[in-house]
Design a protein around this ligand. Structure first.
Ligand code: ATP
Length: 358
């Protein structure tokens, strides 16, 4: 393993008794693209700064490549950081910026030249080596920052919201480049972001944080499809919630009864306890819409409601459905939209439809 947090808590001297990090236990494996994801102020940067040695735990311990963190002084740790605003030296060329770390390590000039050329080629900046930072685009400056952090061949790279200053098109491109770079170099990336789409797209595993506590650690599909709690379900992707009760029937048949009395069969056979109060979450893109007549003809059970709104967003169409019980659900690109069946002319409130979970 690369990095391990054991019961790490942090209280800043000037923050009273507030725990900015509270009993964090985390293992980051070798060569992982590992993301710390959470809203502003949840403690992501503080965790990252601890790995770099800029902050220290109030209690608990951190292990880096098998050794206690404090056993190695910060400048000798095989980790480098890429900051949100790049922090390039403005009066130095790309080449000089990138060679800085190697000069500090007193490497021979010939070796520095070879290493700088290699890493500039890797980030596709070989032709711009003589330019100054202000003569580069935002994406190019970001690549210089990456090259500067990679040139000393760290075993782990710490990235603090490195894409947030880029426009959305460039950010999409850099996501792909970063992921490719990490795979090709085979080093551990610890990536901080508050953007759940970015985390899902790039990571091998994600730790979701809120209020200084780890809410869930898992692969992107585990986090998205099996969120550990309400916070994770809401923060990672859009979701509907329905309150109700699970009834476990004989022979593994279980149903979910909403508080308004609608019954939905459920496939999950893991419920042990009969009549447990449950909060069901349903992703908007998992809902299937059909008319009452079609639903009855097919014998499918579902929730009754009225389409109260339709929002056309180009790639997505989002319906609002007011259920008989009073709740409103959102359905995104329901099946008929994808299959092109003739439901495109639905008008809000015009006719009753049955919303059904697939
Ligand atoms: P953001 O996404 O906004 O950068 P974050 O999740 O990275 O947020 P941190 O920067 O780790 O959050 O901050 C976590 C909490 O710790 C915040 O409430 C912040 O105000 C507080 N904090 C951070 N650094 C210090 C400090 N040096 N002194 C006091 N409080 C601090």
């Amino acid at each position: 393993m690369t990095i391990e947090f054991n019961s790490v808590s942090k209280i800043f001297a000037n923050s009273g008794s507030t725990r900015v990090l509270d009993d964090v236990n985390l293992v980051i494996e070798d060569n992982e693209f590992f993301t710390l994801l959470g809203p502003s102020g949840c403690g992501k940067t503080t965790l990252l700064r601890m790995i770099a040695g800029f902050e220290h735990p109030t209690s608990g311990s951190i292990t880096l490549f098998g050794d206690p963190l404090e056993a190695t002084p910060p400048n000798a740790r095989p980790v480098n950081t890429v900051f949100q605003h790049y922090a390039l030296f403005p009066h130095q060329t790309v080449e000089q910026n990138v060679s800085f770390g190697l000069k500090m390590l007193r490497r021979p000039a010939a070796e520095i030249k070879v290493d700088v050329e290699r890493v500039l080629d890797l980030v596709q900046l070989g032709d711009l080596a003589r330019r100054l930072p202000h003569q580069l685009s935002g994406g190019q400056q970001q690549r210089v920052a990456l090259a500067r952090a990679l040139v000393t061949r760290p075993r782990a790279l710490l990235l603090d919201e490195p894409l947030s200053a880029l426009d959305s098109k460039l950010r999409d491109e850099m996501r792909v480049e970063l992921k490719t770079l990490q795979r090709e170099m085979g080093i551990t990336f610890v990536f901080v972001t508050h953007d759940q789409g970015e985390a899902l797209a790039m990571s091998d595993r994600i730790a979701v944080l809120s209020g200084g506590r780890i809410q869930q650690v898992g692969s992107p599909d585990e986090i998205y499809d099996r969120p550990a709690n309400r916070f994770v379900a809401q923060f990672v992707g859009d979701t509907n919630f329905l309150e109700g009760t699970v009834f476990c029937g004989p022979g593994r048949e279980s149903v979910f009864r909403t508080s308004a009395g609608a019954i939905i069969p459920i496939a999950d056979t893991s419920y042990q306890e009969n009549q447990c109060a449950t909060l069901a979450f349903i992703r908007p893109e998992k809902l299937h819409l059909s008319s009452y007549a079609d639903a009855e003809a097919s014998g499918r059970k579902g929730l009754r409601g009225v389409v109260s709104n339709k929002l056309y967003l180009g790639t997505d169409t989002v319906y609002s459905i007011d259920l008989d019980g009073g709740e409103t659900l959102r359905a995104q690109n329901p099946e008929h939209e994808r299959s092109g069946k003739p439901f495109r002319d639905w008008r809000p409130g015009q006719c009753q439809r049955r919303a059904q979970r697939v």
